[in-house]
Write a protein that binds this ligand. Structure first.
Ligand code: ZN
Length: 476
């Protein structure tokens, strides 16, 4: 006869509200505290280098469809899925909740990895009581390691800032840029000239000039980046005023393709510079616009930026093969919009394949409220190769003129409606257009990866990196 286990009282809405049980369970203030730090089990100081790769806002459908697209189009797997197929590294799921929400933003998520503490959404390495937590890049620098940030967003955006800055709100990008100058990270590559050039900053400071005084090579184009001396150890490369362009738009513009390096190229240049440091380095690489495309329900933006991120992963893997004392951590900071191929027949594959005809993102459609339905049909044909029905074109025209709304109000924006209309042709639907509470994919490779458990709390990755590299936990 089975022995009865002691049972918990049933969770009723009343109990839930009274005790806040679910909240404390999920956010870690109560029953769910991390009992063992993943980092405690890794071989201390075994990793000379860390490359932390983040595809920002990557739902599992994004990872799946990028792999399936590559398989269908090029007959090869994504580097990410190939790691799983080859059974390389340790894989698990990760809980990425922030301190005040089970749905995190990018700042709080990167901060949990970057300093080992959960903070409220939008905070950058500052706790709710005002405590400034030292982030991992200044800690690495204090231990003599090289430091690098590579991203397709502005370099001062939430995810790179989570490893490197301390500000109450992620929106303080001008302050974050000043902290980069003060903290002297070796490699800073991405977008975001607006925070560095005197004619673009509100306070008129010439941060670029000040970086140059500190012996940084400054690059604004691929040509300038290529011209930096091979022995150059400090580089500030800003290839756009704001975020870098979506990969799909970059690939389809001669001038962008010429002037803006790919994420893989930036990663490669960063590794070349950072590997000159005999004490090793810690670098974060972010595919940051995967998240933006998910918010916009923009499938072309999403898949090609995920593939661009995967190519950067390929560069990191090559480096790791030649430098096995390198720990690679590969993950995302949260899901977003949960896109997926929704089809049970062969048409699904054919419709999915229509992505290969896309020549631009939603922005490239250049839609506005003045256009007629036939203008809209023409724009779609030119940019996506899709033939819109007159009904869909008219619906979109009415949306542009605020004469139509969808039932789920979150999905009422023009970009979400475009995403739904494109879904009529590609079968790729969207659950929403915001971050999700989903647990996320996590893989680590190389020394220290033994600390990855089947289910990891985000803050454990800080402990893991500190232990694996042997850097100090505090700034002295
Ligand atoms: Zn986001």
């Amino acid at each position: 006869m089975k022995k009865n286990r002691p049972s918990l009282p049933p969770v009723t809405r009343r109990n839930f509200l009274k005790t806040g049980a679910l909240t404390s369970l999920l956010l870690g203030s109560g029953a769910y505290t991390h009992s063992a730090s993943a980092g405690e089990r890794v071989a201390e100081g075994s990793a000379k280098n860390v490359i932390f790769l983040v595809s920002d806002g990557m739902s599992i459908g994004t990872l799946s469809m990028a792999d399936q697209y590559l398989l269908w189009r090029e007959g090869k797997r994504s580097n990410w899925m190939q790691l799983y197929l080859d059974e390389r590294g340790r894989r698990g799921l990760m809980d990425v909740a922030s301190l005040d929400s089970i749905v995190t933003d990018s700042a709080a998520s990167a901060v949990a990895w970057g300093c080992g503490h959960r903070v409220n959404n939008n905070s950058v390495n500052i706790g709710p009581d005002g405590t400034h937590h030292p982030p991992i890049l200044p800690l690495a620098r204090a231990s003599g390691k090289g430091t690098g940030l590579v991203t397709s967003t502005t370099v001062t955006h939430a995810t790179p800032a989570g490893f490197s800055a301390n500000v109450p709100n992620r929106g303080q990008e001008a302050d974050i840029a000043e902290q980069y100058l003060e903290r002297e990270f070796d490699i800073i590559l991405g977008g975001g000239r607006n925070q560095f050039y005197p004619d673009r900053r509100n306070d008129g400071q010439d941060l670029v000039g000040k970086f140059a005084e500190k012996e940084y090579a400054v690059a604004r184009t691929r040509e300038e980046l290529d011209a930096t001396p091979l022995r150059q150890r400090k580089i500030l490369g800003l290839f756009s005023n704001g975020h870098l362009p979506y990969e799909l738009d970059r690939m389809n513009s001669d001038s962008l393709k010429r002037d803006v390096p790919s994420l893989a190229e930036l990663t490669s240049r960063a590794l070349r510079a950072l590997s000159r440091n005999e004490n090793g380095f810690i670098m974060q690489v972010e595919g940051g616009r995967v998240d933006h495309a998910a918010h916009a329900n923009d499938i072309g933006g999403l898949i090609f930026d995920q593939i661009a991120f995967d190519e950067a992963l390929g560069v990191a893997l090559e480096f790791q093969e030649a430098n096995p004392e390198t720990l690679i951590i590969l993950t995302t900071d949260h899901g977003n919009a949960n896109p997926g191929l929704n089809s049970g027949n062969n048409n699904g594959e054919r419709n999915f394949g229509r992505l290969s005809e896309f020549k631009g993102t939603h922005g490239a459609l250049g839609l506005n409220a003045e256009q007629s339905s036939s203008d809209i049909i023409e724009r779609f044909r030119e940019v996506t190769g899709l033939d819109l029905s007159s009904g869909d074109a008219d619906l979109l025209r009415r949306r542009l003129n605020n004469e139509y709304r969808v039932p789920y109000s979150r999905m009422n924006g023009t970009s979400a409606v475009i995403g739904q209309i494109i879904a009529n042709h590609t079968d790729i639907g969207w659950v929403g257009n915001a971050h999700t509470s989903d647990y996320v994919e996590l893989l680590a490779l190389g020394p220290g990866s033994e600390g990855i458990k089947p289910f990891t709390r985000n803050t454990d990755l800080f402990d893991l990196m500190v232990s694996a590299t042997g850097i100090k936990r505090e700034l002295v």
